[in-house]
Design a protein around this ligand. Structure first.
Ligand SMILES: Cc1cc2nc3c(=O)[nH]c(=O)nc-3n(C[C@H](O)[C@H](O)[C@H](O)COP(=O)(O)OP(=O)(O)OC[C@H]3O[C@@H](n4cnc5c(N)ncnc54)[C@H](O)[C@@H]3O)c2cc1C
Length: 382
């Protein structure tokens, strides 16, 4: 039991300093940072097993810095592929070729591996603080502490904490329950994706921004490649190969029997990030289009700020989380603006709009703007 001070002169009993709802990559990173500071934080995760979905692969320099702070940066570097840059193409021509400087290289590691590194690190720092098969059903801010109803296989239980962090993902039901509003932001489209064996994938990404809509090719560690195609309704490997081949004018290495997955890229932002002693974090606070690959990295940056704000609030015995909400909203709007721009660059286009887009991409890849463009795609300033 944490049983710590809530306000000068008064002690309010509570079970933990912090309860984090959701053991995605963002909730886990926050838990590691808090554990390193000696703060009593537990993570409640409703799943009992691992998340089978294939999602984030790109770890940008600000994300890597946070992994370093959490003590898993070296392990992530050792497993990841180092992406040296990327080429933007349209109608058979390279419009822009960006090479990342050594210190701004993007690491490529499937989210399941990043997740496993963070989970193992948390186990080392604070064994038993991750509670799997533990779904939080209700959250109530009582003013001096927060009360949670937690459903475990053994039944419902009540726990209390000084702060509760909702890191329960885009579809957070608790966000609605605590009355935090969720607004649509620009950027929405359907995509199809597949991770396939391809020993010749190399160390650069290719973005084909042709008339039919974008096709992205990213090398993955272990001789694999991720293909992403703008558009839905593609159900087999053969269909995906044909659709990509038509758009890029080459026959990609995709077996007929692989199973592509579809996703809808959308963007949302909570109107308010903090209410009393409850804070939103990661995808629960902001949905970022996967095009541009920045949602998880942004969530880690938020987690770094939130860990500092919680540490400060606990040491001063207040419920104030300082500038966490303001900074999180500011950086999310910036990243959503960038993601909406990337999506517009990959929308189907013909005639004058296509030609104008090609001119813009050439300009962004030209010598005067190249450094700025590289900063943009590697999340400089966030
Ligand atoms: C196709 C795709 C590609 C992407 N690529 C990238 C990329 O390259 N780079 C990047 O930065 N981002 C990328 N993203 C975004 C990234 O995957 C997310 O931003 C990231 O997973 C968010 O992490 P999170 O911890 O906030 O939420 P989640 O990973 O969604 O985790 C939330 C957790 O909360 C748990 N939970 C939910 N409700 C409860 C409850 N009531 N009680 C207990 N537990 C609960 C869930 O089971 C889940 O484990 C991509 C996304 C997609 C879809």
């Amino acid at each position: 039991m944490a049983g710590a001070e809530a306000s000068p002169g008064r002690t309010v009993p509570r079970d933990h300093d912090v309860v984090i709802v959701g053991a995605g990559p963002v909730g886990l990173l926050l838990a590691c940072l808090l554990a390193q500071d000696g703060i009593d934080a537990v993570v409640c995760e409703r799943r009992s097993g691992d998340d089978p979905r294939s999602r984030a692969i790109g770890i940008h320099p600000p994300g890597l810095e946070l992994l370093d702070r959490a003590g898993v940066g070296s392990a992530a570097r050792a497993e990841a592929l180092t992406l040296e840059g990327g080429d933007v193409l349209s109608r058979g021509r390279i419009l822009a070729a960006l090479t990342f400087p050594e210190q701004r290289r993007v690491r490529v590691l499937p989210q399941q591996r990043t997740h496993a590194l963070l989970r193992d690190r948390l186990q080392t720092l604070s064994a038993g603080s991750l509670h799997r098969g533990c779904a939080v059903g209700a959250v109530r801010d009582e003013g001096e502490f927060v009360r949670l109803a937690v459903d475990r296989p053994a039944g419902r239980q009540e726990i209390t904490a000084a702060f509760v962090v909702l890191a329960d993902g885009v579809h957070s039901a608790l966000r609605r329950e605590v009355g935090l509003d969720w607004r649509h932001r620009p950027g929405r489209a359907a995509y199809t994706m597949a991770d396939v064996p391809d020993p010749a994938a190399g160390v650069r990404a290719q973005l084909y921004c042709g008339p039919g809509g974008i096709v992205e090719a990213f090398p993955l560690p272990g001789g694999m490649r991720r293909w992403v195609l703008r558009g839905g309704g593609v159900h087999t490997g053969a269909d995906l190969r044909a659709a990509i081949g038509t758009r890029i004018g080459q026959d990609p290495e995709i077996e007929d029997d692989i199973q592509p997955t579809g996703f809808v890229a959308a963007q949302h932002l909570a109107r308010t990030i903090v209410r009393g002693r409850v804070a939103l974090l990661g995808d629960a606070a902001h949905e970022i289009s996967p095009i541009g690959g920045q949602g998880m990295n942004l969530g880690w940056a938020d987690a770094g700020r939130l860990a500092a704000a919680i540490r400060e609030a606990l040491s001063r015995g207040t419920s104030e989380l300082g500038g966490y909400a303001r900074e999180t909203l500011r950086s999310a709007r910036t990243v959503q603006g960038r993601a909406a721009f990337y999506m517009s660059m990959g929308a189907p286009a013909r005639g004058l709009p296509l030609a104008a887009r090609e001119v813009l991409i050439r300009a962004l890849g030209s010598a005067p703007l190249r450094t700025w463009s590289t900063g943009l795609v590697t999340m400089r300033g966030l």
